[in-house]
Design a protein around this ligand. Structure first.
Ligand SMILES: N=C(N)NCCCC(=O)O
Ligand SMILES: [Zn+2]
Ligand SMILES: [Zn+2]
Length: 323
């Protein structure tokens, strides 16, 4: 979208019932209807990298369905994200479910194409494997990026059954490949049993700082966001959100649930506290709707993607104003 065009927003839910018609994220136009977008919301229906319950391949469409109730004005950030910038639904990246290496390459190539148009990506997973090719693509454009990783798990393990590309290993691969800025790497929401203490020492050596789920509860969302913001500074930032960062009470529909997680309120508040960061792209992954109830998980994921999209739209609009 050029600066003098008005973005095309969501379908008007006061005229067309919000439950009518095919689902796009937040009832936004499809990317092919608007040509190019400032923020492209894309699904990656891939879950061949999981170590426990499968089903995240259906996550993107579940989030789209649950996003029908999102409204155009976001009071928490005092912004109308879909008026500030063109946000559009780019559909799904069609990936091979039988060949993980090929899938990883396909995701990277599709992300290259979208980022090449000038769009930022709001990706809906899929399992966490997909973060690696997305980070590769983002780093080609911005250089090594700061990473904020919300998850119960570290996802810096080495291999599973000898496999390098899995949902438990994307961030170790990313560090090895030099695509992350190791001075600004944080996990948030970490908890649960590990394979051994070495998991933590390995992770620390890679450069990660950890804000556990209990830290969030004890210190509160504002203080955590302040600390993260200081660490990130003005570096290009990628946010990866595994929905299992939330307690299973807030996100039952996921493949590797762990007790004692954050509330959806804490997650949304931390994100709002990061609104001034230079968010270049983001993902929300690991929504597995078969284990969900009453769309609890996909509603939480849709609101999470909405906050992230709002941050990106505000920054795009602010940059246009300055230019
Ligand atoms: N949910 C993600 N991304 N990773 C979980 C890996 C847990 C494990 O099987 O050890
Ligand atoms: Zn996880
Ligand atoms: Zn994960």
């Amino acid at each position: 979208m050029s600066s003098n065009e008005t973005p095309r927003g969501p379908v008007d839910s006061s005229r067309i019932p919000r439950y009518a018609g095919p689902a796009t994220f937040a009832r936004l136009p499809r990317l092919d209807e608007v040509g190019t977008a400032d923020v492209a919301v894309v699904g990656v229906p891939f879950d061949s990298g999981v170590s426990y319950r499968p089903g995240a391949r259906f996550g993107g469409n579940a989030i789209r369905e649950a996003s029908r109730l999102l409204r155009p004005y976001n009071p928490a950030q005092d912004a109308s994200p879909f008026a500030l910038a063109q946000v559009a639904d780019g559909g799904d990246i069609a990936v091979n479910p039988f060949n993980i290496n090929e899938a990883v390459d396909t995701i990277e190539a599709a992300a290259d194409d979208l980022l090449g148009t000038g769009a930022r990506l709001m990706t809906l997973g899929g399992d966490h494997t997909i973060a690696l090719p997305l980070l590769r693509s983002v780093a080609k454009k911005h250089g090594p990026v700061a990473l904020l990783h919300f998850d119960a798990h570290l996802d810096t393990w080495d291999t599973y059954f000898g496999a390098e590309y899995t949902h438990g290993t994307p961030f170790r691969r990313a560090v090895e490949e030099g695509i992350l800025d190791t001075s600004a790497l944080s996990h948030v929401g970490t908890r649960g049993p590990l394979y051994g203490k070495q998991d933590l020492t390995d992770d620390e050596k890679m450069g990660f700082g950890i804000v556990t789920s209990a830290d969030v509860y004890r210190r509160g969302a504002d203080e955590v966001a302040d600390q993260l913001r200081q660490r990130i500074g003005d570096r290009p930032l990628y946010i990866s959100i595994d929905i299992d960062c939330l307690d299973p009470a807030h996100a039952p529909g996921t493949g590797t649930p762990e007790a004692g997680g954050m509330t959806s309120r804490e997650l949304l508040e931390i994100l709002r506290g990061l609104a001034s960061c230079n968010l270049v792209s983001a993902d929300v992954v690991e929504v597995a709707p078969a284990y969900d109830h009453a769309e609890i998980t996909s509603v939480a994921a849709s609101h999470t993607a909405y906050e992230l999209t709002t941050i990106m739209s505000r920054q795009i609009a602010a940059a246009r104003k300055d230019a």
